[in-house]
Design a binder for this molecule. Structure first.
Ligand code: ATR
Length: 278
């Protein structure tokens, strides 16, 4: 049965977002009469934009930079760990109420679990080095802790944000350590190393840098980079040269979109179609 509806992405700037491509391809492939739109929004219009979601025919929205946190008090209910993470990336309308959720955490965990399975590991067996303590890292850290990761070291340029993140994770039994680049003594002992900073991102401030030097590691950790443009970052290229297992940022981009799609439509997301769309 076809539904007539609209969803969109709220943020600024949104013109270069890949989400319309991913979602519109998926919506069309399932024959759903729903459009995914770009909703460029200024800070002073955020409240008005959120109120517009209450109109009939609107199923929900994605929220992106710089409003993932600012949108929280404007919603009727926050579910999952979105409040603790401090970010809502998905709004879904249920019984007329605007519900805020975060699909980044699970969107990260699902592809990581697939990769760990290939290495015959589960979350309880990984010792994780999480590089970064910004918005993306917060979602990832909650996802990891909820999935059963028992040991996470958070390294960040700004130690204070790493400490804040560690503090908000205290509701889990996970052992959390914090460190800075300057003082972390060795990367030995981590079997999962995750770049959750913007280092290596095309168009970012450090496109030709790497978040850490992998060359001194004697073991073979799984190297994860959440940067998806370029797909092959310098960090992942270094990992490839060292023959380490790797996971790039595309599967997480697709999976968080798939989870949002399922919340809005109630249909299983066509992952292959979404992948092909980008
Ligand atoms: P996102 O939502 O993508 O996580 P963010 O919240 O701005 O974006 O976080 C960016 C992350 O990249 C932070 O951990 C940031 O470190 P600081 O907290 O010290 O700012 C990290 N980052 C960005 N540029 C960096 C650089 N040149 N060196 C080290 N870390 C950097």
């Amino acid at each position: 049965m076809s539904i007539n509806g609209r969803v969109g992405i709220i943020g600024s700037p949104v013109a270069h977002s890949l989400s319309p491509k991913i979602h519109n391809a998926a919506l069309q492939s399932l024959g759903l009469d729903i459009s995914y739109e770009l909703w460029e929004t200024s800070e002073e219009n955020l409240g008005e934009r959120v109120e517009m979601l209450r109109a009939s025919g609107i199923l929900g929205a994605n929220v992106t930079v710089p409003f993932k946190q600012k949108v929280i008090p404007l919603l009727d209910k926050i579910e999952g760990f979105a409040r603790e993470i401090g970010a809502v990336n998905t709004i879904v309308k249920r019984n007329g109420l605007l519900i805020g959720k975060n699909t980044d955490a699970e969107g990260f965990v699902i592809p990581l679990e697939n990769e760990l399975n290939k290495l015959q590991l589960d979350f309880s067996q990984i010792r994780t080095l999480l590089i970064g303590a910004g918005g993306a890292s917060r979602a990832i850290a909650f996802g990891l802790a909820k999935a059963g990761n028992q040991n996470i070291t958070i390294v960040n340029r700004t130690l204070e944000s790493a400490k804040e993140l560690a503090h908000s994770l205290s509701l889990f039994s996970t052992q959390i350590n914090v460190d800075t680049y300057a003082t972390i003594s060795s990367l030995e002992g981590f079997n999962c190393i995750i770049n959750a900073t913007s280092i290596g991102m095309a168009g970012g401030p450090n496109p030709n840098e790497q978040p850490c030097d992998l060359s001194d590691i004697n073991s073979s950790p799984l190297i994860v980079d959440i940067v998806y443009a370029p797909k092959e970052t310098l960090f992942l290229k270094s990992a490839q040269e060292l023959n380490f297992p790797r996971l790039d940022g595309i599967p997480m981009l697709i999976q968080q979109a798939a989870l949002s799609f399922e919340l809005w439509t109630g249909e299983k997301a066509p992952l292959n179609t979404m992948r092909r769309a980008i």
